[in-house]
Design a protein around this ligand. Structure first.
Ligand code: 3HC
Length: 676
């Protein structure tokens, strides 16, 4: 097999070029090629300097993640980087695209770095539950200081080329289209400069205040994750006076510890799961997409407004339709307020706010939807209302327009059946707040056309959502799995658990909130029948008393003016009352039982969803729960977690409580552990 690395001689400069699509990951062949390139330069007296650059869309985007967990092939990345840094001839990294992780570390091992202004540089390993394991935690603080090193390694967000230049991580910005020529010219400029600047020979100044402040400021963000603290400790070690070699040894040990742990396995699983989710098994990747130049949104409520913002922010004009002028004004007002709030926080420029608002066309005229290429209905959940809207859309919309419903439960096939073009109908289930939440469930109806699905998936990427295809079933993937959890949580209350205990178990597990905190936030009255005399369960009783959640400062918890919750004696009374009426005896409920009954049941429902073909793969379910409901990233989603928990244990836990266990789950527990 030919090497992904080639060398090109430009008189006295040797250019080492990587061509390893799609992202120039630093797999074994690339590492071997780099090593050979450096050797070639050393052996040739006519070569005075070296440039390392990449073909394609980016500089090295990191180590090859697919090699992780497999036997390591020599040379390791740290060895290659050491070899580059210890070379006698200057080596210049020429950066475009994204120099990430190991790619950033290769660049820092070079003596000099030039970059195009659009380049980005970063160490996102923490997002894979790791740390930069090829010298990044030691070289960044030595070049750019402890404070920036903490930001870059423990948070993992890349910085711009300009920021890198200011911090000393880049020596020069060069022309966007003349990177190679400029890098060669620069290499000649510095060819005889000695001593060569080597990051490992620099000293990082300790900054205990910055470290303490960083830990404090990010405590909430890092809750439950192991990798951020490991990054912080390695950066600290770079500045505590110990040698570079000791710092590297420590970094390697910490890296290997993280690599072997379940958190990194979960986070790496998510990386691939997210990319896999974009693929539709029976729709070819080269399907011709429909052109979406204008989007129509029906309903200017919270959902409609949030949905519109996604498109406006991506530069796609939106026609938003309401029935009443007042509702339309209120809706567009909220959109403006949200944009202005972002501008006040410095995330948008005032002109960007005006640009987005200028692309919004609010109207009471349904017929205006005729000019839209995609129309998303976002009115309340009522099948008759939706059918009426889709019948109207069928009459108004141009041929080839995609007709989407934002329904979170209803049957897309039934909605599609009232049009003459069911192949153009699809579900686009956004999560609230729709302008913030990353998940989009794309619901595939029985007749939805392949190009409609492919178009919506591509559009999702454009508006920076993570899209997952779901089949038609009540609640699709996410909300369907929420149901057994809620049913069991309610039963547990009756049997003796408190809302506080159940919520605590979920929060300790890593969820942003438990089921009752979620009810209070969303509104206890949602879906309530509105008859205060009809009290059939605890929720009815709360709703009848006006305990509708946070908005009323009373729900499953009592709230003060700042919405701080405290356990509610009144709720305890209501639960007790129900319990005695049902002749139930209160018993001690263990945290373990809560996990088994509220989380194992979700896994079981997930297995049923897979059996019924309502999700393409187990990893899609994980993506839904991580991006739609805040399932802890470091547990990799419910289906991944079930495997790390041990499928036999999950099955036994379900059987212990008398749940009918999905056949596929049972089978996977006794065979290969694979859930599709
Ligand atoms: N290793 C292996 N495959 C990778 C990869 C990597 N580091 N990075 C991306 N890929 C693959 C993706 O899985 C995807 O494959 P597919 O087409 O089969 O689904 C393909 O490359 C394209 O990736 P994206 O769809 O993500 O392309 P984008 O253009 O949207 O994004 C990117 C490009 C910004 C580079 C993004 O892929 C990315 O963030 N990659 C990961 C970067 C990273 O985490 N680097 C650190 C790795 S760990 C490390 O370096 C350890 C070291 O310190 C020792």
């Amino acid at each position: 097999m030919s090497s992904p690395i080639r060398t090109e001689r430009h008189d006295d400069v040797l250019v080492i070029v990587s061509d390893n699509p799609p992202v120039n990951a630093l797999g074994a062949a690339v590492r071997q090629g780099l090593e050979a390139g450096i050797r070639e330069a050393a052996a040739d007296d006519g070569i005075k300097a070296v440039v390392i650059r990449c073909d394609g869309r980016t500089f090295f985007a990191g180590a090859d993640i697919t090699e992780f967990g497999k036997p390591m092939q020599e040379p390791g990345l740290p060895t290659v980087i050491d070899m580059i840094e210890s070379a006698d001839k200057p080596v210049v990294a020429a950066i475009h695209g994204t120099a990430l992780g190991g790619g950033c570390e290769v660049a820092l091992g070079c003596h000099y770095r030039v970059a195009v202004p659009s380049a980005k540089i970063g160490t996102p390993e923490v997002k894979l539950g790791l740390l930069p394991g090829a010298g990044g935690t030691q070289r960044i603080p030595r070049i750019a200081g402890v404070a920036l090193a903490l930001e870059m390694t423990a948070k993992g967000d890349p910085i711009s080329a300009k920021q890198a230049l200011d911090a000393g991580l880049i020596d020069k910005l060069v022309g966007e289209v003349s990177l190679e020529a400029d890098a060669i010219a620069y290499a000649r400029e510095i060819a005889s400069a000695r001593p060569l600047p080597r990051a490992s020979e620099k000293t990082a100044t300790a900054d205990p205040d910055a470290v303490a402040a960083f830990r404090k400021a990010n405590a909430k963000r890092f809750r439950g994750f192991e990798a951020p603290e490991a990054n912080i400790k390695c950066v600290e070690a770079a500045s505590n006076g110990s040698t570079f070699a000791d710092g590297i040894a420590n970094e390697r040990a910490e890296f290997m510890k993280l690599m072997m742990g379940t958190q990194s396995a979960a986070q790496r699983h998510l990386f691939f799961a997210e990319r896999q989710a974009a693929k539709i098994d029976d729709v070819p990747a080269d399907t011709v997409l429909r052109d979406i130049k204008r989007v129509g949104v029906i309903g200017a409520g919270t959902m409609g407004g949030g949905i519109s913002m996604n498109f406006l922010s991506a530069g796609i004009p939106v026609t938003i339709v309401e029935m009443q002028q007042e509702a339309l004004d209120r809706g567009t007002g909220v959109v403006r307020k949200n944009y202005e709030a972002s501008a006040a926080k410095g995330r948008l420029k005032p002109e960007q706010v005006e640009q987005a608002m200028g692309a919004l066309n609010p109207t009471l005229d349904f017929a205006a939807l005729a000019e839209c290429d995609l129309i998303i209905e976002a009115v309340y959940e009522n099948m008759d209302v939706k059918k009426e809207i889709f019948t109207k859309l069928d009459a108004i919309c141009k041929p080839g327009a995609i007709l989407a419903s934002n329904t979170s439960y209803l049957n897309i096939d039934e909605i599609a059946a009232c049009t003459k073009r069911p192949e153009d109908v699809v579900g686009m289930h956004f999560f609230s707040p729709a302008n913030v939440m990353k998940l989009l469930e794309v619901v595939r109806g029985e007749k939805t056309a392949g190009d409609v699905l492919a178009t919506v998936m591509a559009l999702a990427k454009k508006i920076r959502k993570v899209a997952v295809v779901a089949g038609v079933c009540h609640g699709f993937i996410g909300n369907r799995m929420l149901m057994p959890r809620q049913v069991e949580a309610n039963k547990l209350l009756m049997e003796g658990a408190t809302p506080e205990q159940i919520d605590r178990v979920h929060v300790e597990f890593g969820m942003p909130m438990g089921p009752f905190q979620m009810s209070d936030l969303a509104g206890v009255d949602i879906g309530w029948h509105r008859d205060p005399t009809r009290i059939e369960n605890i929720r009815d009783a709360l709703a009848a008393e006006g305990r509708w959640g946070q908005k009323k400062q009373a729900g499953f918890y009592d709230y003060d003016e700042k919405r701080n919750p405290t356990p509610s004696p009144r709720v305890a009374e209501i639960i007790e009352d129900f319990r005695s009426k049902s002749n139930m005896k209160k018993r001690e409920i263990s945290d373990e039982e809560i996990v088994e009954r509220t989380l194992y049941t979700m896994v079981n429902e997930g297995a049923l969803i897979l059996e019924e073909g309502k999700a393409q793969r187990a990893s899609d379910i994980d993506v839904v729960w991580i991006y739609g409901y805040g399932w802890p990233v470091y547990r990799g989603g419910p289906m991944f977690w079930a495997k790390s928990e041990g499928l036999p244990k999950v099955v036994a836990g379900l059987e212990k409580h008398g749940f009918p266990v999905a056949a596929s789950l049972k089978e996977a527990a006794t065979s290969d552990g694979k859930l599709k």
